[in-house]
Design a protein around this ligand. Sequence first.
Ligand code: CP
Ligand code: NVA
Length: 301
Amino acid sequence: MKKDFLTLSDLTRIEMELLLRRAADLKSGKNTGLSPLAGKNIGLFFEKPSTRTRLSFEAGIFQLGGNAICMTPNELQLGRGETISDTARTISRYLNAVMMRTFSHATLETVAANSSIPVINGLSDLHHPCQALADVLTLIEKKGTLKGLKLAFIGDGNNVCNSLIEAAAILEFNLIIASPEGFEPHSGILDSARASAKSEIIVLRDPKEAAVMADAVYTDVWVSMGQEKGAEEKKKKFTDYQINAKLLSCAKKDVVVLHCLPAHRGEEITAEIMDGPHSVVFDQAENRLHTQKALLEMLVT
Ligand code: CP
Ligand code: NVA
């Protein structure tokens, strides 16, 4: 039976730990000579721009011996009105899996329901689970363990934040989120994560309170793709939520700073912090490659 990866909760804790171990092995060059995707075609579908997701999937599929086929809606009959469910049924006949970046999470669910191949979420309005896999690998690398770890997410309670909430519940690390009023993470995702979590998942208002004694601080853009309407007004509500030297001084001395990228330097994070000694953002970007290769091995082969 096929297995989709639409949200992080599609993996059990055991599967996620296995995947993270395999990603670390792939990164260190262990058993990398295998070509588990030989003869297989993986579709990569983008309704929105992408640098990291597109390149890490395309490069990773090549390294695993497979073939990547990139698509945008307007290159397909989808752009001329063919339904998403008919598209899903058709592509299942040619491809072995499809990764999709969509505006609406419901589009991914429709594709998953109408196709016989694994569907991987490469970012939707609600979740960014591939990002969260790379994030936890980065935290393990930099901090040694997730046990007792305190991660502060400061900013918009968006897709990236929602997937980190699921990661915290599944892998049992503490997550303290600080967001302005009206920009908290999705309440349904938060409630179901809290219902199963053994660790703390807290949402508060004050960024300093979140950053105090944090082992890691994470931020993302204040305006996500597709949410540009009213962006300037929105940004004014986030000025106190910038990751800068002053805010970081509340955290532990050896705090690491994460950002899924792309960053808007001078908005949610200063250039000084992005380029400074605490920043691990490019290691984090690299880890997209290793975790997604492990994910493809798990779902497709
Ligand atoms: N972090 C991330 O998903 O980056 P891209 O938008 O460049 O794919
Ligand atoms: N929250 C951002 C993440 C980009 C990788 C967005 O959805 O645009």
